[in-house]
Design a protein. Structure first.
Length: 275
């Protein structure tokens, strides 16, 4: 009971921190919150390799370069550079500077370290920048990211509950032994129902958008969860961190969203163009 209470309180605080700035439609506040989670995520990702025998990455360096690139993108987005191409043109040189820091670190596997460092940026920072980009240009009466996060959390919650009560057939036992097809199907059904409810209540003009969004979010959320499970299993760890009592780390909570965000953005772009 104590664990359930801790999880409930921690989850409520987490949801409030995410959704409140989005509902307030305060672009800078939402950007700050999303960027804070992104930086915590990149730090957490790099610290996963603290005790690894062959991978040696610097969370300080990787956080600095991630912040440098992301900061340039954000300031350009808000018009501080006047020309959005400036940070884009600087993007590749900064990546090269990031890579050559291995010259001074004198590690045994510099190529692996560079690969892990840059993958961490792609895997964590870029999806959060996509979320910031979506929110900045969002003029929908019902915030798009709110709907996306609600659908992701609905899928996660009801997949867990459906699997707990009805799960028998393993989905991907080698990577995640507790996930089942029954749980995934239950999560999918409730996510579609939630998409229908959200659209009817808050955004009736875009019912098709939200229903197809649910159809995209369900598989991408599952794959995002499995991908993070693959990382943790290969590193022999249970949780990516302990920043959220009862839930684990930042990556444990954002694994589905990180994977779903690029696909959600592609669908949003297609829908906006044709509709």
């Amino acid at each position: 009971m104590n664990n359930i209470l801790v999880r409930s309180i921690s989850g409520a605080v987490f949801i409030s921190i995410i959704l409140l700035p989005l509902f307030l439609q305060d672009s800078w506040l939402a950007t700050s919150v999303l960027m804070a989670f992104a930086l915590l995520g990149i730090i957490e990702f790099n610290k996963l390799f603290n005790n690894h025998s062959s991978i040696s990455v610097s969370w300080q360096l990787n956080t600095f370069f991630s912040l440098l690139i992301a900061g340039g993108f954000i300031f350009a987005l808000h018009g501080f550079f006047g020309d959005f191409r400036i940070p884009v043109l600087l993007f590749v040189p900064i990546l090269f500077l990031w890579a050559i820091t291995e010259l001074w670190r004198k590690t045994d596997q510099p190529l692996i370290n560079i690969g892990v460092s840059l993958f961490g940026f792609i895997y964590i920072i870029i999806p959060f920048l996509i979320a910031i980009f979506i929110n900045y240009f969002d003029n929908n009466p019902f915030p798009l990211l709110v709907g996306m996060f609600v659908l992701i959390w609905t899928n996660d919650t009801f997949a867990f509950l459906s699997g707990k009560f009805f799960g028998k057939t393993k989905l991907f036992e080698r990577i995640s032994p507790k996930k089942t097809w029954e749980g995934s199907i239950g999560g999918a059904i409730f996510t579609v129902l939630m998409a229908l409810a959200l659209s009817l209540l808050f955004d009736p003009e875009n019912i098709v958008f939200w229903l197809i969004s649910a159809a995209i979010i369900v598989p991408t959320s599952i794959l995002g969860d499995l991908l993070e499970s693959l990382f943790k299993r290969s590193l022999n760890i249970k949780d990516s961190g302990s920043i959220m009592p009862g839930h684990g780390g930042i990556l444990d909570r954002f694994d589905a969203a990180i994977f779903a965000l690029p696909f959600f953005y592609i669908w949003l772009t297609i829908y906006s163009y044709f509709c």
